[in-house]
Design a protein around this ligand. Structure first.
Ligand code: ZN
Length: 730
């Protein structure tokens, strides 16, 4: 049925594409035009589809590439790290645009524990005759933004201060497997400075594992193989990382808990008494060993002067010498003085009150703070968000009102540890218990490849939205998305450095148009994984090697990101339709049948992993498998009722909302109680990527049979709670 629907739709879209592109795509046209016909669209949850389509068409006509460009130019005119006066100026700009659109706007302050770099030095002290004094400033032949004195040196957020000198060991990507490999090679990392390359896992995981294994300090560098000249031409000739480009970034242990490191589970409001805060020295979010990043220009002499065993061949990067693992004779001194203080940050929120279901908030957020200029990360998202708000503002001016309350949010201090969103989420936990959805957009555009991630209940919703928005490539976003995922589409690669997490679902459901799972690495974390609000994340990605460097600026974006801002327009439209549909739907468009199906697939994978690990002692998965199967059946049943659109949908909507909350584990995951979702968490050893059914999978990975059994029971109980909520609706 789904197939037929899609086919009819794409046939229509082919026809409409011809119409929309009759005219040459001249500069004068405000991007791609969009008009959808009421009758052939897949829109779940509405009684009067033509009325909804009319509203959506009105909205889709508003987002404007030229205005998105103007927003991005303004937002990125100066470096604006969280808590700085320049960051405040961007908050004021966003607040002014929210007000212009008629939103009930507030700048919300939190007081949070943040470091700025005060003294950052990495010096080679051996072998004799080799010199390296870093980090050297980022510089290329021609870039209009690189000489601003407000650009910080390369540094890692949440690293402690420290002064250590030691022999160096190379540990590839710094994963547990990499450290195990070093052990096999008889290389002892205790007391050493470990140098690892960016990529494969979250940098906080690299710091965490190095600390666990007894390293004295960590250097994280960008190897040209991962996002530099090996991938293509380096900036300014191409989009990849130049020799001096440094990836800043937080090394906080966000897989323990995100947000202000001194207030797990509570909001860092300006008036919060100090007695309610934990001491930074006791915070599970903060690393204990100094960690700092380097460009490959600075890292190269260190790696070149490592002796010891030849590195495993797959550890070889793209620098022009053979990599060895050490230890020594390269010796390095890391000297870090971090300026830690409680600093004020500024979230901006803009509300539109709902008419018939004002308590069911639809929250849509993007972060605004950047390590430097942040043209791609995150302000491509902010510019798109502002055009979404522009469109909603036009609807408001025409007298339209949403059924549910819409809250647009511009988060601060995401880069340091998802801080602005986490504090706000903790601050509004009560109201958010009734929220309908959280929609995230971080990097809106670094290229042309659309991607999305979300809870299984919203995966079909995301596909339906993509079917209603035109792509600058012709056809719809859905068509382009599908095409890019066809096996022949080539080696389109989403680097870790895109900061996105749009991976194939483990399930392979609708493998032609894959919607990823939500791990961590952006602001949906508190909403989904702490509060149980169904969430999605969207972005359009491409070749992008300047992540978290001074070169992620307006000049790069104009040249390589989205020169005509047509993908900015696309993302503003997709984001806006997510918000409008969720805020207007008669019946919430969640699909619990899909949820049950995916959990079954996760469980099957975990079961065979457990069999490999524990042999004939492998635990019994029946209770959890039965729970997932019944959830799928109950999901299918309630879906039939959802499709009929009950006369008074308040009751069915209440059940649909509560079912996701029922998947929260009251006591949280083992050893990290802040994370309460039974199905999704960031991996303790992967960081960005989702670990599905995390309690069970991580217990198996540890080889802990008793905990595995216990966590299967915890999961089965959560699935049964969700099931009962759905079955209560008759
Ligand atoms: Zn970001």
């Amino acid at each position: 049925m789904k197939l037929l629907c899609t086919l009819a739709l794409s046939l229509f879209m082919i026809a409409s594409r011809v119409r929309a592109f009759d005219r040459p795509p001249a500069l004068a046209t405000p991007g791609t035009e969009s008009k959808q016909p009421a009758e052939s669209l897949a829109i779940s949850g509405f009684r009067d589809i033509p009325a909804e389509v009319a509203i959506e068409n009105k909205f889709l006509a508003v987002p404007d590439p030229k205005l998105a460009e103007a927003h991005l130019r303004t937002l990125t005119q100066a470096p604006h790290i969280a808590g700085s006066p320049e960051d405040k100026a961007t908050a004021n700009y966003v607040a002014a645009k929210f007000r212009e659109a008629g939103l009930d706007t507030a700048i919300v302050e939190y007081k949070v524990w943040l470091n700025y770099p005060s003294e950052i030095r990495v010096d080679m002290t051996a072998p004799p005759g080799v010199e390296m004094h870093g980090p050297r400033p980022e510089h290329v032949d021609d870039d209009p933004f690189q000489d601003d004195s407000r650009i910080t040196p390369g540094f890692n957020g949440m690293s402690p201060s420290g002064d250590v000198e030691a022999d160096v060991v190379y540990a590839n990507y710094g994963s547990p497997d990499d450290f195990d490999k070093l052990k096999e090679l008889n290389v002892d990392v205790r007391g050493k400075i470990v140098i690892v390359r960016y990529g494969e896992n979250f940098r906080g995981v690299k710091a965490f594992v190095a600390q666990e294994r007894g390293a004295a300090g960590v250097i994280i560098y960008s190897d040209p193989k991962d996002d530099g000249y090996y991938r293509g031409d380096a900036y300014p000739k191409g989009p990849w990382r130049p020799a001096s480009g440094v990836q800043r970034g937080s090394v906080g242990f966000m897989f323990q808990f995100p947000g202000d490191p001194t207030t797990p589970g509570i909001a860092s409001t300006p008036l919060l008494p100090d007695s309610k805060r934990i001491s930074p020295a006791d915070s599970a979010e903060l690393p204990r060993i100094p960690v700092t990043p380097l460009s490959y220009a600075d890292a190269s002499p260190i790696l070149e002067h490592l002796g010891g065993p030849l590195s495993p061949r797959e550890w070889q990067g793209a620098l022009p010498f053979t990599y060895h693992v050490g230890p020594g004779p390269a010796k390095v001194r890391i000297h870090l003085k971090q300026d830690y203080q409680y600093r004020t940050i500024w979230d901006v929120t803009g509300k539109v009150p709902g008419t018939s279901a004002p308590d069911e908030w639809v929250v849509a957020g993007n972060h605004r703070d950047a390590w430097v200029y942040g043209a791609v990360d995150p302000n491509s998202g902010t510019a798109a968000l502002l055009e979404t708000v522009h469109g909603v503002g036009e609807l408001l001016k025409s007298g339209w009102k949403p059924k549910r309350t819409i809250v647009f949010a511009s988060w601060d201090a995401e880069e340091e540890g998802l801080i602005g969103s986490t504090e706000w989420g903790e601050d509004h936990a009560q109201e958010l218990a009734n929220a309908a959805a959280y929609f995230n957009m971080d990097v809106a555009v670094s290229g042309k490849k659309f991607g999305a991630a979300g809870v299984p209940t919203l995966k079909e919703f995301l596909r339906e939205i993509a079917m209603a928005v035109p792509s600058p490539q012709g056809g719809t976003v859905f068509d382009a998305w599908k095409k890019a995922n066809e096996p022949k589409a080539g080696s389109s690669h989403t680097p870790e450095s895109s900061g996105s997490n749009y991976r194939m679902p483990a399930s392979g459901l609708h493998a032609d148009v894959p919607v990823g799972d939500l791990g961590s690495g952006s602001d949906y974390t508190v909403f989904l994984q702490h509060l149980g609000v169904p969430s999605t994340d969207i972005g359009s990605t491409g070749d992008y090697g300047v992540y978290h460097s001074a070169f992620d600026n307006f000049a790069w974006f104009k040249k390589f990101g989205d020169p005509d801002f047509l993908y900015e327009q696309q993302m503003a439209r997709v984001y806006g339709l997510e918000v409008l549909r969720m805020a207007n739907a008669d019946v919430l468009p969640y699909n619990y049948e899909d949820y049950g199906k995916e959990i079954l697939i996760y469980l099957d994978a975990a079961k065979s992993k457990a069999q490999d690990k524990f042999g004939d002692k492998a635990p019994n998965f029946t209770a959890a498998l039965e729970g997932a199967r019944h959830l799928q059946e109950a999901g299918a049943k309630i879906l039939q009722k959802q499709r009929k659109i009950p006369q008074d949908p308040a009751r069915i909507n209440g059940k649909l909302r509560d079912a996701e909350r029922a998947l929260l584990i009251p006591e949280g995951l083992p050893n990290r109680p802040w994370y309460r979702h039974a199905i999704y968490a960031p991996g303790q050893y992967t960081g960005y990527a989702a670990v599905v059914i995390p309690g069970v999978n991580e217990a198996i990975d540890r080889g802990d049979l008793r905990r595995t059994e216990e966590q299967i029971a915890v999961l089965a109980a959560a699935l049964n709670r969700a099931l009962i909520v759905l079955e209560q609706y008759r």
